[in-house]
Design a protein around this ligand. Structure first.
Ligand code: SF4
Length: 330
């Protein structure tokens, strides 16, 4: 690990001043940042410890208008919160399935949504060709080992998949992200937090230097209780998704009033499947309509040999999740 300067800040203003400095990274749980510093992938010169801000930004509140999750709340804290478990099960499940208990106790929600791809060429600095790690260097995964990588939202520059689960649930539920930074406060849709790779995959989010995520607002809706997160992976514990689906449905009998769908493991960012949602609206939620929605969700998918199986796996994962959600309502 390279030398760096550690700074402990005690309030928001201090944090924003320190975070806006050149080549600084915020530190909360450290479960992503420290790993990648050890691997020499991330090389911050200053690490700004923001854990003292937990009193202001670590709270969880649930009310008639929705759910608010402070960015410094820990994954385990949110997953175990009674209102989250009862009224937003897709969020609780996405967090419980995301990591080991030890990591869930350490990792913050804000850090979780910003976790980095597991593309092997990104994480191994002995590979030269990785546009995300070294802009303009090429992409070793296209034509290389890409079994785990994305089929939605890719570009000719990068096919890395977004590896997280929690942000997929947030995308399905239309959450917004509260951000404070040198430019003031702002709110962005979770769908707009992560960027598509395009020609600049090293620019991963819409955050500016020094921006600090302070929380997530999840709007209330008749679909949030009838929700679930289905994660398909190589092994059933401590593993990233090959394909996942976050679904929330509001049903009138068996007919879909509205559906909310997020996809994970298969896309370059937390993926809201708007076309699939539209395909379900006003239809009976049976296997045929679920399949039609899944076809719509993966319309335009692009694979690269080793990850071709993910297109059909992703469709089947969504079909199964929708049918399970249908049974929840009954
Ligand atoms: Fe790098 Fe993206 Fe290519 Fe992986 S897929 S090697 S992260 S540019």
């Amino acid at each position: 690990m390279r030398p760096f300067r550690y700074e402990h800040v005690v309030d928001r203003d201090q944090a924003l001043r320190a975070g806006a400095g050149a080549n600084a990274s915020y530190l909360a749980g450290g479960t992503t940042l420290v790993d990648l510093m050890k691997l020499d992938v991330l090389r911050p010169e200053r690490v700004v410890d923001i854990n003292a801000l937990s009193a202001d930004h670590g709270q969880i509140r649930a009310g008639a208008d929705g759910l608010y999750l402070g960015a410094l709340a820990r994954m385990a804290q949110a997953a175990g919160h009674p209102a989250v478990r009862r009224d937003y099960p897709v969020i609780a499940q996405s967090l419980e399935l995301a990591a080991s208990p030890q990591i869930r106790n350490m990792a913050s929600l804000g850090g979780n949504v910003l976790q980095k791809t597991r593309c092997p060429y990104y994480r191994d600095v002995s590979w030269n060709a990785c546009n995300k790690r070294v802009p303009g260097s090429g992409c070793a995964a296209i034509g290389g080992v890409n079994r785990r990588l994305a089929v939605l939202g890719t570009s000719a520059s990068c096919i890395a998949n977004y590896p997280g689960d929690f942000a997929v649930a947030l995308a399905a539920l239309g959450a917004t992200v509260d951000i404070e930074g040198p430019g003031g406060r702002r709110v962005v849709a979770i769908e707009d937090l992560h960027r598509l790779p395009g020609e600049a995959p090293h620019l991963e989010t819409s955050l500016a230097p020094g921006d600090l995520i302070t929380g997530f607002a999840v709007p209330a809706g008749p679909w949030t209780r009838n929700s679930l997160y289905l994660k398909v992976r190589d092994r059933q514990s401590y593993e990233f998704a090959l394909a996942s689906a976050a679904v929330a449905v509001d049903l009138d009998g068996k007919t879909v009033r509205q559906a909310r769908i997020g996809l994970g493991g298969v896309a370059t960012r937390p993926w809201r499947a708007h076309a699939a949602e539209a395909a379900l609206q006003g239809k009976p939620l049976d296997e045929a309509t679920a399949r039609a929605a899944a076809e719509a969700a993966f319309d335009g998918a692009v694979s690269h040999g080793g990850n071709a199986f993910k297109v059909e796996l992703g469709r089947r994962t969504l079909v199964r999740a929708l049918l399970q959600a249908s049974a929840l309502e009954a």
